[in-house]
Design a protein around this ligand. Structure first.
Ligand code: M6R
Length: 609
């Protein structure tokens, strides 16, 4: 997630671009820049920091003047937030300037080829490869040059491009990232979302994958990637600014739930080679180092801790390395047995959570190698750990985490496979089978979304509950803890998760007629056990909502209601099982008229102990 705006018209582009970027700042805010066609040259100004920092840099320095320009606000993926990594990026000849959202998956291969040809790169970004390829493919025809370049890219992108030879034209293209072309009386715009241009127009063409637009001052032509013209329908949006920021959704939480297929894909795909194996070349752990670890410690807070609990099952099952999981706030005070034979993994969306940061420091002090799984590039935890694997979820605005949790699961699965290959616990062909299944997860999550209406109706029946209990065993129990947190933090209904086998050791006394229980039955191996537990609870008057894998009729036979999730490998089931639970929490909170995105007493980033 980053923000793109472009303008081609009759007005001064710089203030329009800066105002548009300000509206897009929620999509990314670590650096920003603009490129304006000014006196036969493309003038680029960019700055680390917020749009305000860019404004000040422009105000204090040179103000580009022109009526054609592109702008970008960045959420770092490849490379730290910095002036050099900010967009737009020039091509080597400075003939082209590019802004980009998304991830170019084959950027490393393309970069290597370009380096061999003598290209010099000034940033660590994947985007600069696109700029250099435009020079490499330059045939004197702007559109053909862009089309050839697109044909060499894999991954996701929304691109805006300027060319020095074309003072009247900008080109944009998209694949798997949102982009639109908007029409106003003073000219045409490109934008990653309508928020950027709502002050000027509500008329837009929504671009589809593999479409290219040549945008003039008063003309717009659309093409497919073969360069054939295509027709498109002008649409008019009725959203206000707040709805537009949320992509038309009423809350960021539901928008972010719906973004999970893309977030999972972005986190997974770039780490898979063409021959289907895992490549974590962002970390420096060798096979020997992995084999040298006697134990893995995972620490995190809240949902990040819950990811650690899932990962324990996955790593121990696949790699056969012992795993301990701690709440970061407990780990730092428990005199942990950690040394140079331990790998400590810190999981954190923000990378700034005080307890997780201190746990990381404690582990380092004790001699452990550290690896962090973080969403915010350049954050303290990412910077201080020996290795970092980023979850490319994009900015998460809602306090209740959804897409960050899901991408953390993916990274931990990839790590488990990497460890298992190093220890020899998993053969390359078995690893390839798991990876092939992982590739299908985004599509399966989309399939779960088809039941959104049904889940919303179930959530309505939760509206007046005082308590809810989630039960499951093993990996289902770990998911239950997150499901319970999702419900309670946004709807304020008291809820707890229990390991199914523990019920008889005390908790079952809480059950009375009408008590709501959610039975997580994704774990194929233990589904019968959980079903038996659910039966025991129903016998005491509980209402049971079952979460089961498609085709499992046992759960249907006992539960009042069942939400089915698609089948996948047992170790991957949490990635699917959590999705209806997030929807359940969300719609229950909506039905109870709670402040979904900013639940009372909570903050997105907990930077104090
Ligand atoms: O930024 P972090 O991942 O380190 O935050 C940790 C927890 O505060 C966080 O996961 C919290 O539990 C979630 N916002 C709950 O949805």
């Amino acid at each position: 997630m980053c923000g793109i705006i472009g303008y081609n018209g009759t007005a001064d582009a710089t203030p329009l671009l800066l105002d548009g970027l300000q509206k897009l700042e929620y999509r990314g805010y670590d650096s920003a820049g603009i490129a304006v066609y000014d006196n036969d040259e493309i003038d680029v100004v960019k700055s680390r920091g917020k749009i305000e920092d860019l404004r000040q840099k422009i105000a204090k320095g040179h103000v580009p003047h022109g009526t054609l320009g592109i702008g970008h606000t960045r959420w770092a993926t490849h490379g730290q937030p910095s002036d050099d990594n900010a967009h737009p990026h020039y091509s080597a000849s400075r003939k082209f300037a590019v802004v980009h959202n998304g991830i170019i998956e084959n950027f490393a291969e393309r970069k290597e080829e370009l380096l061999k040809k003598g290209y010099v790169f000034h940033s660590e970004t994947d985007t600069e490869v696109v700029a250099m390829l435009l020079d490499e493919n330059d045939c004197g025809d702007f559109l053909r040059t862009v089309l050839k370049t697109l044909s060499q890219l894999t991954g996701s992108f929304a691109l805006g491009v300027l060319c020095q030879d074309e003072p009247e034209t900008m080109i944009c293209a998209k694949r798997s990232c949102p982009l639109l072309v908007a029409v106003s009386d003073e000219g045409n715009y490109i934008a990653s979302d309508i928020t950027a241009v709502l002050a000027h127009t509500r008329h837009m063409y929504k671009m589809e994958d593999d479409e290219v637009a040549v945008v003039g001052k008063d003309s717009i032509a659309f093409y497919n990637t073969d360069g054939e013209p295509i027709g498109k329908q002008l649409e008019t949006v009725t959203w206000d600014v707040s709805a537009a920021e949320k992509g038309g959704y009423p809350h960021f939480m539901i928008k972010e739930i719906m973004e999970q297929p893309e977030a999972v894909r972005n986190t997974f795909s770039p780490r898979i080679t063409e021959d289907g194996t895992v490549k974590l070349d962002d970390i420096d752990l060798t096979d020997d180092m992995i084999r040298g670890f006697h134990k893995i410690n995972i620490v995190g807070c809240g949902s990040a801790y819950h990811v650690g609990l899932v990962a324990r099952y996955v790593i121990e099952q696949l790699a056969r390395i012992p795993v301990e999981v701690d709440l970061a706030s407990e780990f730092r005070y428990r005199y942990p047995l950690v040394d140079e034979h331990t790998l400590t993994i810190v999981i954190s969306q923000s990378g700034e959570t005080a307890d997780s940061l201190e746990a990381l420091r404690e582990a380092k002090r004790l001699g452990s190698r550290t690896l962090s799984v973080v969403n915010v590039v350049g954050s303290s935890i990412a910077t201080e750990s020996d290795d970092v694997l980023y979850t490319w979820a994009g900015p998460e605005i809602s306090v209740a985490t959804t897409k960050a949790y899901s991408t953390q699961l993916i990274v931990m699965d990839l790590l488990a496979i990497r460890f298992a290959l190093a220890t020899g616990a998993l053969s390359p062909s078995a690893a390839a089978e798991i990876l092939a299944e992982m590739e299908k997860l985004p599509g399966k999550i989309e399939k779960i979304f088809e039941q959104t209406d049904k889940i919303e109706r179930i959530a309505e029946s939760f509206t007046f509950l005082h308590h809810a209990y989630f039960i499951g065993r093993n990996i289902d129990y770990a998911v239950g803890l997150e499901a319970s947190l999702k419900l309670k933090e946004v709807s304020y209904i008291h809820s707890e998760a229990y390991a199914g086998g523990e019920l008889k050791h005390g908790t079952i006394s809480l059950i009375e007629p009408g008590t709501q229980v959610v039975a997580l039955c994704g774990c194929e191996r233990l589904v019968d056990k959980t079903v038996s537990n659910a039966k025991e609870l129903m016998a005491r008057g509980a209402h049971v909502l079952g979460i089961a894998v498609e085709g499992n009729t046992d759960v249907q036979n006992i539960a009042d209601k069942v939400i089915y999730i698609p089948e996948t490998l047992p170790v991957l089931q949490p990635s699917l099982e959590i999705v209806p639970m997030q929807l359940l929490g969300y719609y229950t909170a909506v039905a109870r008229k709670c402040d979904v995105d900013q639940p009372r007493n909570l903050a997105k980033s907990v930077t104090v102990e």
